[in-house]
Ligand binder design. Structure first.
Ligand code: TXA
Ligand code: MG
Length: 324
């Protein structure tokens, strides 16, 4: 059963978040599906609840710029934008700090992280009370429209999340503007609550997204494994492995195949949520450590297509796609 919590129950909502439960919360844009961003299993549960067939990177929410910039590297432009628009509907994509506490799954394995400080008083109260970074996509099932009331959230997610913090209807109703500052320039990834002209008034020229046709072209020129510049391992990846060689690094699911030169266990018991939580850390580990050991390939054991398995397989297929 999903509990409906009122504005006077922020402490309870914060407690649930801290114990790894999912809590939907209001922001000024849309309701977010919140989880402890440091907790891989809680983040995996977000993808499960949304029914997403692949792992999109999630926005991490903070009560102030200082706590956000403790996890990512903010340059002068990021600080100026934070001063101008936070709290508010602007999300900044910035490089992760080496000491960043956010689980890799929350960032879909990327070296960057999307951070924002929402302007809703209940969201801020919750983030302060929880005192943890909160990962939160929009609180709808995959493919459905973003929810702007607690009722909308319950229509899609009732029974799939612990609670919804009811803050009434959201003001803005469209999602935050997503701005990528991690690549040197400034690129608009998603138009949203803060107009791009207002951003340009603070930091100068922002590049706009390519029209779809041009974007498609760029995409096919680059390898699908590198799509969205998702982290791709250096070692080649072999899927559906039913045996392993001594010069291979094994990504195991269930009882590991014998004979590999190195093993990372996604889940001994075949638990897909645990496997999702351990996927990106595993790919990084096998790539780095396998390379050091002189191994030539990552061999991934088969994963069932059900539930989170579809998203795990989607990510593995990208990692295994031919490189250009
Ligand atoms: O208004 C909002 O932004 C709402 C509220 C809940 O904060 N959240 C939201 O989250 O819309 P979501 O997951 O539905 O959208 C996140 C967007 C996606 O387009 C995702 O690709 C992009 O942000 N994003 C997140 N992390 C990124 C990263 N590291 N690099 C590039 N894009 C990223
Ligand atoms: Mg969404």
């Amino acid at each position: 059963m999903t509990r409906r919590l009122g504005a006077d129950q922020v402490t309870e909502a914060a407690r649930l978040l801290r114990t790894g439960e999912l809590v939907a919360f209001p922001t000024e844009t849309v309701y977010g599906l919140g989880a402890d961003a440091r907790n891989g299993r809680a983040v995996a549960a977000v993808f499960e609840a949304k029914g997403r067939p692949h792992f999109n990177p999630l926005i991490c929410h903070f009560p102030d710029a200082e706590s956000a910039f403790a996890e990512v590297i903010a340059d002068d432009r990021a600080r100026a934008l934070a001063a101008a628009f936070w709290p508010g509907p602007l999300t900044l994509v910035l490089p992760r700090r080496t000491e960043c506490r956010i689980d890799l799954l929350a960032g879909a394995g990327l070296d960057t992280l999307a951070v924002r400080v929402p302007a809703h008083p209940l969201a801020l109260a919750l983030l302060r009370a929880a005192a943890i970074p909160v990962a939160g996509p929009s609180a709808n099932r995959s493919g459905a429209v973003s929810p702007t009331t607690a009722e909308h959230v319950l229509e899609g997610l009732s029974g799939r999340i612990a609670a919804v913090l009811d803050g009434g209807a959201c003001d803005v109703g469209v999602e935050s503007t997503v701005l990528d500052l991690a690549m040197g320039g400034a690129a608009l990834l998603r138009p949203g609550g803060v107009p791009v002209e207002a951003i340009e008034a603070v930091i100068g020229k922002v590049s706009r997204p390519l029209p779809i046709s041009a974007a498609e072209k760029t995409r096919t020129l680059r390898s699908p494994g590198m799509m969205l510049s998702h982290y791709a391992p250096t070692l080649p990846v072999r899927l559906g492995a039913v045996e392993a060689a001594a010069d291979e690094a094994l990504l195991a699911f269930g009882p590991p195949l014998p004979g590999a030169g190195l093993v990372w266990q996604l889940s001994e018991t075949g638990d897909l949520r645990e496997a999702a939580a351990r996927l990106f850390a595993g790919l990084r580990h096998l790539d780095a450590e396998g390379g050091r050991l002189g191994l030539i390939r990552i061999a991934a054991m088969p994963i069932p297509e059900s539930g989170l398995g579809a998203a795990i397989n989607d990510r593995l297929a990208r990692a295994a796609a031919p490189r250009t």
